[in-house]
Every structure is written in structure tokens, then in C-alpha cells.
Design a binder for this molecule. Sequence first.
Ligand code: G3H
Ligand code: 13P
Ligand code: ZN
Length: 321
Amino acid sequence: MPLTHTRDLFAKALKGKYALGAFNVNNMELVQAIVEACEEEKAPLILQISRGARQYAKPVYLKKLIEAAVSLSNIPIAVHLDHGDTFELCQECIDEGFTSVMIDASHEPFAKNVEVCKRVVDYAHQHDCVVEGELGQLVGAQFDEGEAGGGFSHGGHYTHPEEAVKFVQLSGVDSLAVAIGNSHGAYKFKGEQHLDLERLKAIKKALLEAGLGDYPLVLHGASSVPKDLVEEINQFGGKLGTDTAGVPEPDIEVARRSGVTKVNIDTDLRLAMTAGIRKAFAENAKEFDPRKYLAPARTRVKELVRHKVRDVLCCAGHAFD
Ligand code: G3H
Ligand code: 13P
Ligand code: ZN
């Protein structure tokens, strides 16, 4: 099966009320683990590649790995550029055959963000590729400094519903990543902080009321940072802080039911892989064949992805909708 378009995957996910997992890859074991998990769960899949992943593995290695995975599987797979930071990088990926790119100009002022996104959208749409933009900044829940303005704060780091509408209309992006207290990595929240799910619902509603339909929203920083993985890593010699915290899986479920269609997960994959490798090293300190510790690590990633697509995103069984 050739690469699939996120446009088609989004349309089906919105209709079926499930979310798509967008999993970051940068080596063979991750690609194999994720694709095999989705194959077994019959789940549609987005594999995403960051600038850092391209630098680490070299673009052609990742391209060939994904080609191999696509040729060996029959589930729909889309390839997405994660956090593209320049027009040139997006253009490069589009020319290489990515079916979806993210242009992340969210650190820029609104008008500049629109301008950069629109430039990528114009190029991508001429080349049968779709574009994810981002409005608001993923700095985490502790930094929403906006002034309360009759409901949702304006001028802080969080995405404002009315600005989201304007942004989508002006830039033409096909999906929108929102900032609602989410952030990347293993240390997302302190104390009782959590995602602003009411704001998410308001963004979705505003887009609908503006005539933009059932518009696909994207949740970055969606790893749950499972405590058991963190404890296992530390049990086998790791030194992760005791203040690790992710998005609780029930919150992802609410986000999915409130209109999030693409859920980005990287940190949890890293934790599963690290737990597998540390355990293998601890249990057999004499081992030095990489296959002996990478294989169990790959299995751990696969188990994690099976759990995500089946129990959290609910896209299992939807590969052939
Ligand atoms: O959101 C960022 C992703 O986790 C990719 O991270 O830039 O270290 O590859 P990276
Ligand atoms: P996590 O760090 O929560 O896995 O987020 C990944 C992500 O947003 C990739 O774009
Ligand atoms: Zn991200």
C-alpha cells in the first residue's frame, strides 16, 4: 500500500470519532515496533519525523525504513514532518514525498505566523500535501500569563478560540495544533495543573460556528509519562526526577471526544525503550550484542503503542474504514 494522506485519515477519524496516533520515529526499532503494533491492532497510523530525527538518521535512511514498513504492511500510513521550523525544511520534505508537514512558527507574532504558514500551505497544496500549523505556545501550564478577558485569557501562551478561527481562515492550514497547557517532555505539570479542556471545547466550537466544519485539532505533548515506566527506569539505574508528570490518559480521552484528531506521542516511546534497555542491561551485565537489548526494548515500544491505539485513542480496528 502506498503512503496515505493525513487528509483522508482525518476525514475518517472525525467521522468515526476516534483519534490518530502520531508517533515520532528516528531509528529502525521504533519504526518496526510502531508499525507492527498498528498492524496487529488494525489501526491507521501517522509516523512523524522531526528535524532532529532527520539529522540523527539522515533523511534517506528514514525514508527507506518507512518504505520498507509500508511495503510489508497493509495498514494506511502517513508520513508527517514534526515541528518544521522553516519554509525550506517543509519544502524539502514535500519534495521528498511527505504527505503532511507541520510548519511551526508559533513563536512568531500572529501576523508573521500566518504569513509563514500561508507560504507553506500554497506550496504544499500544489504538491498534494497537507499542512498543520500551530497557534499558541507549548510552554506548559505554569506559564499562561494572559489577562483574563471574559472567559479565556488573551495575550498569554494559550490558544484563544477567536484567534484560532482567524488564524485558520487567513493561513489556510488543514489542521491546527493548540496550546492548552500542553508541553513536550517528561515534566509537564506541577501539582494539580492539567490541560485546559474547556478551552479546547471552545476552540472546536468557535471553528464550527465560523463555518469551518468539524475542523481537525492536534494535541502535541500528549505523552502520559507512565509512572511504572519511570519507576522501572530508576529501578534499573536511571535517575529521572520524582516530579515527572504527563497528561493523564483520561484527559486524552476527553480531548479526543472534544475534537482532537491527532495526538502526538514521543516521550512515552522514549521511556518504554529506555526501560527495556536498562532492564536488559541490569539482568545480563555480560551481554554486549545490541540485538539482545534492542529486541526487548522494541517489544516494550510495541506494547505501549498497542495500548495507546486500543485503549486511549480508540483508532484500533479502523484501518480499513
Ligand atoms: O516535539 C518534539 C518531538 O518530541 C521531537 O523531538 O526534536 O528531539 O526529535 P526531537
Ligand atoms: P511528548 O513529548 O509529550 O511525547 O510530545 C511529543 C510531540 O508533541 C511531538 O511533536
Ligand atoms: Zn510537538
